[in-house]
Design a protein around this ligand. Structure first.
Ligand code: DQA
Length: 146
């Protein structure tokens, strides 16, 4: 059976490619998702990629993932640093979630150093660009228990 994973890109990540390219690089979100999906296909993984600028939509996507996904790769964008509601959703769904950041948040402003979501995630990957998402999927696959 093919394994299914949800990839969530949070606020402002729809602007990848033009948004602060010195921080986030020049790859668009569509190109990033295509790269990931192609790689996933080779690994026989089914990936669904969603992007939302809205906290509630991200929470709804996490809830719905319970019905079909084996795990989640989550880049919560700036919600990382203050969304207790997304943290609670991650804790509630009982699926392994890996938090990913394109940039090295620890090398940036102090408010980015803290994630309120990471403590309820299986792990966190920062600073490795699009590769972080692939590594997160590899980790979810390697750590699966079923
Ligand atoms: C980000 C880091 C966050 O601090 C920022 O608000 C983002 C992107 C990243 O992928 O590096 O929107 O999550």
């Amino acid at each position: 059976m093919s394994r299914r994973y949800l990839i969530i890109h949070g606020p402002n990540l729809n602007l990848l490619g033009t948004r602060e390219p010195e921080v986030y690089g020049s790859m668009t979100l569509a190109a990033l998702n295509e790269r990931l999906t192609n790689w996933g296909r080779e690994q026989e993984l089914e990936l669904r990629c969603v992007q939302s600028n809205h906290e509630g939509h991200i929470i709804d996507a996490l809830h719905e993932a319970r019905g079909w996904a084996h795990g989640v790769v989550l880049n919560p964008g700036a919600y990382t640093h203050y969304s207790y509601a997304i943290r609670d959703a991650v804790a509630a769904i009982g699926l392994p979630v890996v938090e990913v950041h394109l940039s090295n948040v620890h090398a940036r402003e102090e408010f980015r150093h803290r994630s309120v979501i990471a403590p309820v995630c299986r792990g966190q990957i920062v600073g490795l660009g699009w590769l972080g998402y692939r590594l997160a999927l590899e980790a979810l696959e390697a750590l699966r228990t079923d």
